[in-house]
Design a protein around this ligand. Structure first.
Ligand code: ZN
Length: 337
């Protein structure tokens, strides 16, 4: 790179955003720009940029995906990640997953003035670092006050019991349709639900295959309240009245508390899932590392400006999406416009 090209690169990055428009890279191939302005970039970044003869920024970083074009640029904003205390990873990972949902955190701050969850949400929004989750855990009762590992899903359930705002954001209805195969009487049952449990029955799955498994027809032999005959009934589960977010819990443990090994959740970070005629995509997740629900370690993966960050108690680092969605346990999907 000659000196005059290098001087061109000193233009404010925000000015470059203005001229060049959005990145041409796909989500998987974003190059490593993490600052909204060009100037604060360290020099070892700047030497990987060039302006070509038609005024385009040439990104000389190697693309992550070698099939992608390497002529691209990107301006990221809002990559600040708040860290939460090092005491209880299950609570930290849960809070990171929830607070990364913009609509939820806005609802929490607007609607619930006095709860410990709202206080923490306000601190998160004002980018206080690190955050302390202990007052919140205390407010949820004795169970979460011990220095002992807990299940992240139980913790989120406890949060739901204390927060109507959180309930309103995650609420949906489970509909079970039971049809007697003798008299064809149909019974429909609707129940409100907040965390959708998806059974993992194979090692290689996708979000769509898990959801299809959940909603596939099963045959039960029960007594019909209409024709009074004990015989086959078809049962189908469905999800309706979904809102801005869907929270999913993967059922990785069997009744003997044995964890399923080597589960590969393929293409999770790029999959769109159609539920209730709306499209949803992942915005954050909780990972569980280890064997037992009560002894492992929890971290979270959160998406900011199309980059993934791994939050691990008091640290957060930019990271590539883990291959096969390794260790994913819970996730929040956001409705796409
Ligand atoms: Zn019947």
């Amino acid at each position: 790179m000659d000196k005059s090209t290098y001087e061109h690169c000193q233009i404010a990055f925000s000015f470059l955003c203005l001229i060049l428009g959005p990145s041409q890279h796909t989500k998987h191939t974003e190059p490593f720009f993490a600052d909204p302005v060009y100037n604060p970039l360290p020099n070892n970044y700047k030497i990987n940029l060039e302006i070509n003869e038609v005024g385009q920024i040439m990104n000389l970083f190697e693309p992550i995906n070698h099939k992608a074009s390497n002529i691209s640029w990107r301006c990221n904003v809002d990559v600040y990640v708040v860290e939460i205390d090092g005491v209880s990873c299950y609570a930290n990972a849960s809070l990171q997953m929830i607070f990364n949902c913009h609509y939820i955190i806005n609802q929490l701050v607007q609607n619930e003035e006095h709860s410990a969850l709202t206080k923490l949400a306000k601190s998160y929004l004002s980018q206080q670092n690190p955050l302390n989750s202990i007052p919140l855990r205390r407010s949820l009762g004795q169970h979460f006050n011990h220095v002992q590992q807990q299940d992240a899903a139980e913790f989120i359930n406890a949060l739901l019991c204390h927060s109507d705002s959180l309930k309103n954001c995650l609420k949906h209805e489970l509909i079970s349709i039971l049809t007697c195969l003798n008299c064809y009487d149909v019974r429909t049952n609707k129940t409100p639900n907040y965390i959708l449990p998806l059974a993992v029955t194979e090692n290689k799955v996708t979000l769509n295959s898990l959801f299809n498994e959940f909603s596939k027809e099963i045959i039960l032999e029960i007594n019909c309240s209409n024709c009074r005959i004990t015989g086959n009934h078809s049962k189908v589960m469905n999800v309706s009245s979904t809102r801005q977010y869907l929270c999913i819990q993967l059922q990785l443990w069997n009744e003997l508390q044995e964890k399923m090994h080597n589960v590969s959740l393929i293409s999770l970070s790029t999959t769109s899932l159609k539920v209730d005629e709306k499209m949803y995509r992942i915005c954050s997740a909780i990972c569980h590392h280890g064997e037992s629900l009560h002894h492992g370690h929890y971290t979270s993966l959160i998406k900011k400006s199309n980059l993934w960050f791994r939050c691990n108690d008091l640290t957060s680092n930019k990271e590539r999406w883990p291959r096969g969605g390794k260790d994913i346990y819970m996730l929040i999907l956001e409705k796409q416009n």
